[in-house]
Write a protein that binds this ligand. Structure first.
Ligand code: ZN
Length: 276
């Protein structure tokens, strides 16, 4: 695949993000960051030696696709954002992205992806993870390897980094502040989401805590799907896998169907596998 197609794939995802961010943003204000901002961007891999071998396998699988390469390149040459990737943490079969920092202009300058040491096993629920979950029967039939599963999880985390890069610091910090308050009221008011205090909070932070959380996770899944689309494009089971993702999205993520459909139909796709 050529450079223009790589750019196009990246563009598809960034366009989807931009549309959603513009729709969600309700006014941007001044941005202040108390954290010291790193001077240079780029990609920093901080992998303990005992995990180096498996990490290289997962990374090679991610980089075997054009979209993986394009995203990796974008972050390794990023002039401002320092993206750290490390392995460890309590969630051995999962991963997480955080430690966000912004500069005084409100631009994201640091983020960290923590990969579980057993990232190549374990499937999260289809309810919030329709893409990663869909891989399970394909791995048990040995059509895909654990490294593909790990690379799909890495792509999910890259989706979080891209989404947070296009979310204002102000909105993110407001969500961090208001979500615990929201939950406290919700638990004490008889689970009444129509409580005027909760309605007001949800309006301010762009949704209730569940909506905010699922929106974030489905951005991760959208990028996981973009990666997988490239990875299994020429495999016989391609449409079977995408049909499984489609069923889970229709059942659990109906409000977000368009986001996944855009990726399935991305220009230049050989098959849309029933996505309309
Ligand atoms: Zn996630």
């Amino acid at each position: 695949m050529n450079a223009s197609r790589q750019a196009q794939l990246l563009f598809t995802f960034i366009c989807l993000l931009t549309i959603a961010t513009v729709a969600a943003a309700k006014g941007e204000g001044t941005h202040n960051s108390t954290a010291a901002a790193p001077i240079d961007g780029g990609l920093h891999e901080n992998i303990p030696p005992k995990y180096q071998k498996r990490y290289e396998e997962w990374k090679a699988e991610f980089l075997s696709t054009d979209i993986g390469k394009a995203q990796w390149d974008m972050y390794s040459k990023h002039p401002r954002l320092l993206l750290t990737i490390t392995i460890g943490g309590k969630n051995s079969e999962g991963a997480g992205t955080g430690s966000y920092k912004w500069n005084d202009k409100g631009e994201l300058v640091a983020a960290t992806i923590v990969l579980g040491e057993r990232l190549d096993s374990g499937y999260p629920s289809a309810v919030y993870y329709p893409v990663m979950n869909a891989l399970e029967p394909f791995e048990s039939r040995q059509l895909i390897s654990g490294s593909v599963l790990a690379a799909t999880k890495l792509a999910h985390e890259f989706g979080h980094v891209m989404k947070i890069s296009s979310t204002s610091q102000e909105l993110y910090q407001l969500q961090v502040k208001l979500v615990p308050n929201y939950n406290k009221i919700f638990l004490s008011n008889g689970y009444n989401v129509n409580d005027p205090r909760l309605v007001e909070m949800a309006e301010k932070m762009g949704g209730n805590p569940v909506q905010i959380w699922e929106d974030r996770e489905y951005w991760g899944e959208a990028n996981a799907m973009l990666y997988l689309k490239d990875r299994v494009d020429k495999e016989k089971y391609h449409c079977r896998l995408f049909a499984k993702i489609k069923r889970a999205v229709e059942e659990y993520a109906k409000d977000y169907e368009q986001r996944f459909a855009e990726i399935a139909k991305e220009q230049g796709a050989i098959y849309t596998c029933g996505w309309k």
